[in-house]
Design a protein around this ligand. Structure first.
Ligand SMILES: Cc1cc2nc3c(=O)[nH]c(=O)nc-3n(C[C@H](O)[C@H](O)[C@H](O)COP(=O)(O)OP(=O)(O)OC[C@H]3O[C@@H](n4cnc5c(N)ncnc54)[C@H](O)[C@@H]3O)c2cc1C
Length: 373
């Protein structure tokens, strides 16, 4: 690519690839910087909610997966179940999601650089002495027409562009470099941070629902991803063991007894990542990098895809300032619901979650439908 690229996308996960596809579809040039190669895997529940399926279809992306008709909560004695009122969700292996997004990006002319971003500079046009500014506190001042942003890779190369999208996930380097990471609160006596782990098994799905098993110390998500494979994602405190969590749900352990593992155990976390904002000058944060609460509602992909589309729209409209407002709107319900559920999960109320969902099916249904949008 010659000259300044319109959109530098840091991170080639699903959100980064979707952002680059959106950019190309709006006539911008886009370059994705990603250190990993091949179809990228990640610890994920792999439930692609109906809203995310719609976002992907609008990009011309149609992953193979298993139809998901709704979500059930189970605790060993009680079950609450809700089937989506309209469109279905999909259980999709992350490697499949990455493959189809990457193929579409290549088809549309997205460029790729292999590497890890280690430094960012923003340049305000017309400043004396080159006007170069580090990404931190002064970044907001550099919002002048015609400015630029550059990324320095670990191997010393520099890539310059008009705009940068930080789509580099939970532990975003971009977020740190541009000064948008919120300092962690004072460590409490009890470490309430949550982590996720997942593994796949060769077994035919026994349901078309995502099953959420509320075990005493963890939540286990079972997602059918094909006619012959299910994924199990476990959410819990630091040090949660996959085997112990599975053993704490005898009905599920029984279903998986003797099934061949179809992937290795993979983890992610801590899940809670706070930000002070989502834009610093010509750098916008998108997806998990922009702030994340927890995977308990399985919505990261739906939100990240909506944020990617919105970030590009704001830039194309010449109104990047709008992005933070839009981000708050896109994530408001997720933040409220997820914070509430995590608080319940970490409290004595935990044991009441499934009985309440079973006793109040209309409320449970409304909550599941809000995840489906
Ligand atoms: C256990 C668990 C279960 C989940 N279940 C679900 C679910 O069922 N449904 C759902 O929708 N969501 C779920 N999520 C959330 C979902 O996985 C995330 O929201 C989603 O992966 C976010 O995508 P992303 O592209 O923003 O980040 P990522 O997928 O993390 O991609 C970030 C990319 O950036 C790259 N990168 C990192 N640093 C740099 C750097 N310095 N320079 C360049 N590149 C860099 C990484 O290599 C990576 O490829 C779950 C999460 C967890 C942990």
């Amino acid at each position: 690519m010659t000259g300044l690229v319109d959109m530098i996308v840091v991170g080639g996960g699903p959100v980064g690839l979707a952002a680059a596809i959106n950019a190309r579809m709006r006539g911008l040039t886009a370059l994705v910087i990603e250190p990993r190669t091949g179809p990228i895997d990640k610890a994920c529940g792999e439930g692609v909610m109906p809203g995310a399926v719609t976002e992907l279809a609008a990009l011309g992306v149609h992953p193979r997966g298993h139809r998901i008709a709704g979500i059930s909560y189970l605790d060993g004695t009680r079950t609450a179940e809700h089937r989506f009122a309209s469109d279905a969700a999909l259980g999709v292996r992350r490697t499949e999601l990455h493959r189809v997004l990457a193929e579409r990006a290549v088809e549309l002319g997205v460029e790729f650089e292999h590497g890890k971003v280690e430094a960012i500079e923003q340049r305000a046009e017309g400043k004396q002495g080159g006007g170069r500014e580090r990404g931190g506190g002064t970044a907001r001042e550099s919002e002048v027409q015609g400015g630029a942003v550059s990324a320095r890779l670990a191997d010393g190369r520099t890539i310059e562009g008009q705009w940068m999208l930080g789509c580099d996930g939970l532990h975003s380097t971009v977020r740190e470099l541009v000064g948008l990471a919120a300092r962690p609160r004072r460590v409490r006596r009890r470490d309430s941070r949550r982590f996720g782990i997942r593994q796949h098994f060769e077994v035919a799905p026994w349901t078309d629902l995502v099953e959420v098993h509320w075990a005493p110390n963890a939540e286990l998500y079972v997602t059918p991803v094909s006619d012959s494979e299910v994924g199990v994602a476990v959410l819990g405190a630091r040090g949660t063991s996959f085997e112990e969590a599975l053993a704490s749900v005898p009905a599920l352990a029984e279903r998986l007894r003797g099934a061949t593992p179809a992937s290795s155990v993979r983890g992610a976390g801590p899940l809670l990542q706070n930000t002070t904002g989502q834009r610093a000058g010509r750098v916008l944060l998108v997806g998990d990098a922009a702030g994340y609460v927890d995977a308990i509602t399985g919505e990261g992909l739906r939100l990240g895809l909506a944020e990617a589309r919105t970030a590009i729209e704001c830039i194309v409209d010449g109104d990047p300032e709008r992005y933070e407002r839009e981000w708050r709107g896109i994530t408001r319900e997720f933040r409220m619901l997820t914070n509430g559920l995590v608080a319940a999960a970490n409290s004595p109320l935990r044991r009441a979650v499934v009985p309440l969902a079973a006793r109040l099916p209309r409320l449970y249904g409304r909550i599941v439908e809000s995840l489906a949008r």
